[in-house]
Design a protein around this ligand. Structure first.
Ligand code: GLA
Length: 391
């Protein structure tokens, strides 16, 4: 089979913690949710809000924990990363992923994709159609006039099959049927999350198809490295190994050009805060309502970080490694305080950012971009790592 490497809280209630004996079993903890203040450790949401029946399937809640006490929680509904507790510079566990206390929270904010696994095609497809082998495929227009993040009912809104392999690893599988959301081919998908002992969340994606199709899987976690509910991310520092990016039109579809970032507010080759240029007079910032653009990564290997983000208050640093060719940096421009997040705060404007590793938006309609096609006999494989430290 041809392999495609698409180039291209330590004091948290012990009851939260899964023992090895409980492997394969959803979490049964019942911690209460409390927001971080300067002294208290953050906690993960309780399991209760994640246990219900959706589309005839029982949903569950899972917790991973590494030897340093770093914890991550998940639900099989949409294979969401719900919460992630990492130590700040003082050692205090901080929840750096914005999440909700229940599936109801995720359902109410579906169009924002908090923490979700995105598919079959992450990001936008212009006007909701593409041509493959001479045949036109029409998709649901859920982000007028385009299709965004899979369509009407993307992978973020289906119940996956979960298997917790160990204290630190969980696998989600989903079979997307031929014709689902208009895409061709039965697509067999597997997403594995591993919480490593060097405090990284490693996400490995794998998929096969029985018909020629397109695929672009990603994770849509919203991060605030100062901790959920700590205010905006405008003073976070970002550095990216991306000397070019794909400018967009007013509907957020790439124009097809790859342009240098030098001399623009998109130049993060040297560290800059998110807020330092976000309000500059710039057509691209206007088109994205801030940063909502695909950065073309200069490096294509998993061994060195392609981006680093630092929370100014906690000193928490997140390094991103990926096999993917692009990074969609979204500065939370459409957040409106409509949702109450874990801990009780609202998701106000720019209180989180996303760094979605992926192929470029609208690749199926842009032959000059790296291909997102997958054929029978091939295996789609990509890896992305979000690694945390603090100083
Ligand atoms: C993606 C898109 C953004 C926005 C968010 C959800 O990151 O690129 O434009 O739609 O999802 O709000």
């Amino acid at each position: 089979m041809k392999m495609i490497f698409k180039s291209h809280l330590l004091l948290v209630l012990p009851v939260c913690i899964l023992s090895l004996a409980a492997c394969n079993q959803p979490a049964k903890q019942s911690s209460t949710s409390t927001m971080t203040d300067s002294t208290t450790q953050a906690t993960l949401p309780a399991a209760k809000g994640f246990e219900q029946t959706i589309d005839g399937k029982q949903t569950h809640y899972y917790i991973l924990k590494n030897k340093n006490g770093v914890q991550a929680s998940f639900t099989d509904y949409g294979a969401h990363l719900v919460g992630l507790l990492v130590p700040d510079k003082a050692g205090k566990l901080t929840d750096v992923v914005i999440g909700f206390d229940s599936i109801a929270g995720y359902k109410a904010s579906l169009s924002a994709y908090f923490g979700a696994t995105i598919g079959r095609y992450g990001n936008r497809i212009a006007k909701g159609h593409f041509v493959l082998d001479g045949r036109r495929y029409d998709l649901f227009i859920n982000n007028k006039p385009n299709t965004l993040h899979g369509g009407q009912k993307g992978f973020n809104d289906v119940v996956w099959d979960a298997k917790q392999i160990s204290d630190t690893t969980i696998t989600f599988t989903y079979l997307s049927k031929d014709g689902e959301e208009g895409y061709p081919g039965n697509l067999d998908c597997k997403v594995t999350f591993e919480l490593t002992n060097d405090n990284a969340v490693k996400i490995s994606y794998e998929a096969t198809t029985d018909k020629h199709t397109i695929i672009n899987l990603t994770n849509h976690s919203y991060f605030n490295l100062n901790g959920a509910g700590s205010g905006t991310i405008l003073d976070h520092t970002v550095q990216m190994d991306a000397s070019t990016y794909t400018p967009i039109d007013s509907t957020s579809i790439p124009t097809g050009k790859i342009e240098p970032v030098a001399g623009t507010p998109f130049d993060f080759t040297k560290p800059a805060t998110i807020g330092s240029r976000i309000n500059d007079k710039n057509e691209q910032l206007k088109n994205g309502t801030g940063y909502d653009h695909n950065f073309v990564l200069d490096k294509h290997d998993i061994s060195t970080p392609i981006a680093t983000v630092i929370g100014d208050k906690t000193g928490i640093e997140m390094q991103i490694f990926t096999t993917e060719p692009g990074l969609q940096f979204y500065s939370g421009n459409f957040m409106k305080g409509a949702n109450t997040i874990h801990g009780g705060a609202k998701d106000e404007l720019r209180t989180a950012f996303a760094m979605e590793t992926q192929h470029y938006p609208d690749s199926p309609n842009k032959p000059q971009f790296p291909s997102t096609e997958l054929k029978p006999g091939e295996t789609y494989k990509t890896v992305t790592i979000y690694k945390f430290s603090a100083k």
